[in-house]
Design a binder for this molecule. Structure first.
Ligand code: ZN
Length: 349
């Protein structure tokens, strides 16, 4: 292979935002808060089986940087909080989250937060042992955690965020020791509270990544394709420019990668120019649509981004998590990422 050809094959590595649908034998399907179908040891075994199944499916689809598909967590936020002491899950309260865009039943912070145990050690070890490819693990970001729990102990958001960031950091360091290559923090709250992102949101993320040598990423987005989000997006106008306010701060941050939705999105691609120096995990797959993207459509999103991002910094990714999607649809969309990235690569001379 010539050097140019070798370079080309390493361009546009493929990955996903994080979550994948749970098989029907593990949990309710097409739900954001799916009930488990099993309990006790059977449930623990089934979570591992589902994780392995998705490792194989991602590899077969041509994904380069694999995740555990978040098969072991019921929800991307509460999957972490369940391992945290000082939080009352028995007496949840209704609270408006994401600036009251929707109501959720949330647990309450009632005392100092501490990790009871490792959070994602089992699934990280499993994925690491079963693939030679790179592995990414996702954790909720501190600001999104704070926005998804009721606080009756710390009294102000940044203080709670930094306390939680310490716990995230301890889990992240342990994941790194297990051989995880990329640790990503999910911060959908980052396009809701733009001032706070600049005041303390990024600082809290810095606390969460302190001391890590592996790649670090932040996923920001306009949310899953659920009704409350679709209605909210309709109110945002033709161009979504919210990120213009936070991209310069993210560009100046110590995070390595930014994951952002660009398929069927109204985020102007030109805004990516504000992320100079960062890898862009470019969303080329619309998780709110049941239509499977063609290779041509995926390649076009990549080629549009090439106008604003150096080619070595572009990764082909999904817009957001695929947890609430039909399983066979998610499988088809995984394959579309790989074929679209390959097509874009082949067109670069
Ligand atoms: Zn997302």
């Amino acid at each position: 292979m010539s050097e140019t050809a070798a370079n080309r094959t390493s361009l546009f590595p493929t990955t996903i935002a994080g979550s994948l649908p749970k098989p029907a034998w593990l949990a309710e399907t097409q739900s954001l808060w799916p009930a488990w179908k099993l309990s006790g040891r059977d449930l623990e075994e089934a979570k591992k089986d589902a994780t392995l199944l998705w490792v194989k499916t991602q590899e077969d689809a041509g994904i380069d940087i694999l995740t555990d598909g978040e098969q072991s967590r019921q929800h991307f936020v509460h999957g972490f909080l369940e391992s945290v002491e000082g939080i009352d899950f028995e007496n949840k309260v209704k609270m408006g989250i994401r600036n009251n865009r929707y109501e959720a039943l949330v647990p309450i912070v009632v005392g100092p937060v501490r990790l009871k145990s490792r959070v994602h050690g089992t699934e990280a070890a499993l994925v690491r042992a079963h693939t030679a490819r790179q592995v990414k693990m996702t954790l909720p970001g501190p600001m999104t955690l704070v926005d998804t729990i009721a606080d009756r102990f710390y009294g102000d958001k940044p203080t709670l965020a930094f306390a939680l960031a310490d716990l995230l950091n301890s889990e992240a360091r342990a994941l790194e020791k297990q051989g995880v290559d990329v640790i990503q923090f999910d911060e959908p709250a980052f396009n809701v509270y733009m001032d706070e992102v600049r005041q303390w949101g990024i600082l809290a993320l810095h606390r969460a990544i302190e001391g890590l040598q592996c790649k670090t990423a932040v996923h920001i987005c306009y949310g899953y394709g659920i009704k409350a989000n679709i209605d909210w997006k309709k109110s945002l106008g033709n161009q979504w420019r919210q990120y213009e306010e936070i991209f310069p701060a993210l560009a100046a941050s110590r995070l390595d990668q930014v994951s952002i939705e660009c398929a069927n999105s109204r985020v102007p691609t030109s805004l990516l120019a504000h992320l100079a120096g960062k890898d862009v995990l470019l969303g080329v797959i619309d998780v709110a649509s049941e239509k499977v993207e063609t290779a041509e459509e995926v390649a076009r999103v990549i080629e549009e981004a090439l106008n604003f991002v150096p080619k070595e910094r572009i990764f082909a990714c999904t817009n957001c998590g695929m947890a609430p999607m039909k399983r066979e649809l998610a499988e088809a969309k995984l394959a579309a990422i790989a074929s679209g990235a390959a097509l874009a690569r082949s067109r670069l001379v």
